[in-house]
Write a protein that binds this ligand. Sequence first.
Ligand SMILES: [Zn+2]
Ligand SMILES: [Zn+2]
Length: 265
Amino acid sequence: MLADLHMHSEYSEDAKPDASVASICCASIQRGLDIIALTDHKDFHYNKHPMPLDIESQQRDIRRCRAQYGGQLTVLYGVELGEIHVSPEAPDFLAAYQFDEVIGSLHTMPPDDIDIYFLPYGRMDCEAFLHTYFDELLKMVRHGGFDVLGHIDYPLRVMKKAGYEPTFVGYEARIEQVLREIIDREIALEINAAGLFGWQKQAGPPRFVLEMYRNLGGTMLSIGSDSHCAPDAGRGIGQCFAHARAAGFTELTVFRGRKPEQVSF
Ligand SMILES: [Zn+2]
Ligand SMILES: [Zn+2]
């Protein structure tokens, strides 16, 4: 069984050309995937309007693909919500549509709602920033309301600068706090392939985080490429499953109608 439960289509602002839902489904079938989830972006902010997302059109396209490719591929209705904890509009948005899987991610930081990707790390105390990041992440997981915690290691992907290699070593207590909260709330931890294609050359989060999660009693695991175009559908998924196996996991958590099912791999 191969699944990619984190994919972006043309309905995400940062998608690349050739990211129609149909082209992603075709690429997924070619790559041998059995289950995919389209999880386009909708970020909420402290001081800015929410990111627009044409969810009606996205869900219409998914519905068509389910009818067309149903025998070959399971296509789930998903969304990646950024900063669910900062806006009362987020629960209203979720209540207005039917979703299989909701990823909760922390992309932007207060007070300026700047994406972690764009922060000026060259001029920043990165170690202090990681503590601020975990403060905000803890607020988000304590708020809950989502099914999968997306890319807990997002800062590690983007903070690398001359003379500094970002690491979660030294932040074990902060990570443990977050993992305990998601275990209590039955939120799955995500293995995200994006790190494979950056400076780290490995899927995130680091192995010791997966092992800590398992030792704390965590069993709910999601896996996604975080692809933003059709050719990248399922990219790195095999390495993500290997990463999960190496940390002792044998089951993937697949949400349908926002209810978790454990699937062996
Ligand atoms: Zn994300
Ligand atoms: Zn994403």
